[in-house]
Design a protein around this ligand. Structure first.
Ligand SMILES: NC(=O)c1ccc[n+]([C@@H]2O[C@H](COP(=O)([O-])OP(=O)(O)OC[C@H]3O[C@@H](n4cnc5c(N)ncnc54)[C@H](OP(=O)(O)O)[C@@H]3O)[C@@H](O)[C@H]2O)c1
Length: 339
């Protein structure tokens, strides 16, 4: 039997917590450390913070220096935020302590669009420390990039690709409903865009970058449109909240990758209370044409747990440096021991 993989947790919020609960019960994995800046968690046993009902002997520390480094973690699950620049110092400190990283930071899924300089710096650092760093998750990381990339491998020519994700936000947690603007008036939604309290779905551009790079398309531009409110035509109720007719039920957003003046990659993201037909859909206008519809759509939270946990053995075996999902071998579930 191999030694268990030693995992450190950097960020034990909503998604980091789900991943932690899963990894704690997974044979072949030992959670050795946890870090989170939330004062309500710092100093408490991780098992208690996660509501598992048993103490784990891992105390949540306020930062990696105090709680993660020196604990023998081979890989860290990093889940603190969506943007690469504010996460850079956290990632840097992990790499400088020779710890591989799987991160849910959306911009890290393809960091060359927004932060090419920082990406190069992190890549060089990871090479020098002999570790790999990967940004992944359900989206970006899987549905709108890995899936169409894999499908494209059956095509000899591609004119364009469209990806569409439709989520019925009624059954999702309140934080998600809030993130898509559910319950606001149209005026409040417009103001939230100005205040940047509603940012839309972070990661659409990164999925476009990943796809374009995988098929060797030089893109003229990658752009995400502003999120548009979806206004409820009739009252919609959900276990967590309801919206009245005329209120915002959620949002839709588009993003485009342009090549030679044409929108060759188009992503559509919709998430609102009462969305009638949840789906993930990829349509490739190519030879041969390909359409794949996954219905209902893959649930984002357990899907992220799966994608992130399943990336662990691949990241441990990956070449050193900053890697993306398209650089790694075909992904799959990780159900047995490490090979
Ligand atoms: N790629 C994907 O498909 C995917 C899927 C799911 C989530 N995500 C992304 O993953 C990130 C985490 O998601 P979440 O839902 O778990 O968010 P969350 O509930 O806000 O959790 C983040 C946790 O990290 C802590 N934190 C923030 N900065 C920190 C720092 N510098 N040091 C230590 N801890 C820090 C936060 O503490 P405080 O409360 O003190 O700030 C919070 O407890 C988000 O950006 C989310 O968008 C990506």
């Amino acid at each position: 039997m191999r030694e268990p993989v030693r995992v450190g947790l950097f960020g034990v919020g909503e998604i980091g917590g789900h991943i932690a609960r899963f990894l704690m019960g997974k044979p072949g994995v030992t959670v050795v450390a946890a870090v989170d800046s939330d004062p309500a968690k710092v100093g408490r046993d991780l098992g208690e913070v996660l509501g598992t009902g048993k103490r784990l002997g891992v105390v949540v520390a306020v930062d990696a220096e105090k709680g993660l480094h020196g604990r023998g973690a081979q890989v860290a699950i990093h889940a603190t935020g969506s943007y690469f620049r504010p996460a850079f110092a956290q990632l840097q400190s992990l790499v400088e302590h020779d710890i591989n990283v799987v991160s849910t930071c959306e911009e890290l899924a393809y960091p060359y669009l927004t932060e090419p300089g920082l990406a190069e710096e992190l890549d060089g650092l990871a090479h020098r420390h002999g570790v790999s760093v990967l940004g992944t998750g359900i989206n970006p990381g899987f549905l709108m990039d890995t899936v169409p990339i894999v499908l494209s491998s059956a095509c000899s020519e591609i004119k364009g690709v469209r990806m569409k994700r439709v989520i019925n936000a009624s059954g999702r947690r309140r934080a998600f409903q809030k993130k898509v603007g559910a319950g606001l008036t149209p005026e409040e939604f417009a103001q939230a865009l100005v205040d940047k309290t509603i940012t839309g779905h972070v990661g659409l551009e990164q999925s476009i970058g990943l796809f374009g790079s995988a098929v060797s398309w030089e893109l003229d531009g990658v752009q995400a449109g502003l999120p548009q409110p979806v206004i409820a035509a009739a009252p919609v109720y959900s276990p967590f909240m309801g919206v009245e007719a005329g209120q915002v039920a959620g949002m839709r957003q588009e993003a485009w990758g342009t090549r030679r003046g044409e929108n060759v990659i188009v992503l559509e993201f919709e998430a609102y209370l009462g969305a009638p037909a949840e789906k993930d859909e990829v349509t490739i206008d190519g030879i041969p044409p390909i359409q794949l519809t996954v219905s209902p759509c893959v649930h984002g939270e357990p899907g992220t747990v799966g994608v992130v946990a399943n990336a662990i053995p691949r990241v441990l075996a990956a070449p050193t440096g900053l890697v993306t999902v398209k650089d790694l071998p075909l992904p799959s579930a990780w159900l047995g021991e490490l090979r």
